[in-house]
Design a protein around this ligand. Structure first.
Ligand SMILES: [Zn+2]
Length: 191
């Protein structure tokens, strides 16, 4: 057998094993870099514009302060990111208003997963246990974790409430108390 043939066979072998084993590698490991969009009250972390668009579509909230003029403004200031920033801040301020907790605090991070699988994987990485919720807030990272696939303004407002409640008092209130308050917020969002 010539050396040329041998290296060809070797190459074929490598190729076949690549084809065989590639499907078993962890395709869920997502190395896409994170980008962020900073608003007055939050920092939105996302991996793709598609996720950001889905997030914008699922969170439906119009504040009374957003006039018709600003909604239909033909100017360039009406881009997706501008509209999204206004909406997220308006929602945050509505949550502060319902809770009557208007203290200035560090910007809360909103981490957007594209699907349930990614949300659950992040949860598992943090807690080494299975995730059983649709969204969560972690005080230690001041971060809200949500899934763009399964989201609405109530879910986001609820997690924002957790962030605000946990930072408002000198001592964090008991979990059950915080949960009652956060549920009150998502129920009265549109009152
Ligand atoms: Zn809750």
């Amino acid at each position: 057998m010539s050396g040329k043939n041998l290296s060809r066979r070797l190459l074929a072998l490598i190729w076949v094993s690549f084809l065989l084993f590639y499907p078993f590698t962890d395709l869920s490991a997502d190395d896409t870099p994170w980008q962020n969009l900073e608003t007055k009250h939050t920092i939105i972390d996302y991996q793709s514009l598609k996720d950001l668009k889905t997030f914008n579509k699922k969170v439906v909230y119009y504040s009374a302060r957003q006039s018709l003029k600003s909604l239909f403004s033909p100017s360039g200031s009406n881009s997706l990111t501008d509209r999204l920033k206004k909406k997220v801040d308006a929602l945050y301020e509505r949550v502060q208003e319902i809770l009557d907790m208007r203290e200035r605090m560090n910007k809360v991070i909103i981490n957007i997963s594209h699907d349930e699988k990614q949300l659950n994987a992040t949860f598992y990485k943090l807690f080494k246990k299975k995730c059983s919720v649709r969204a969560y807030y972690i005080y230690e990272y001041n971060t809200i974790y949500i899934n763009a696939d399964d989201l609405n303004e109530g879910i986001l407002a609820h997690e924002m409430a957790h962030a605000i409640i946990d930072h408002y008092f000198a001592v964090r209130p008991p979990e059950a108390t915080a949960e009652i308050l956060a549920r009150y917020v998502d129920k009265h969002l549109l009152d």
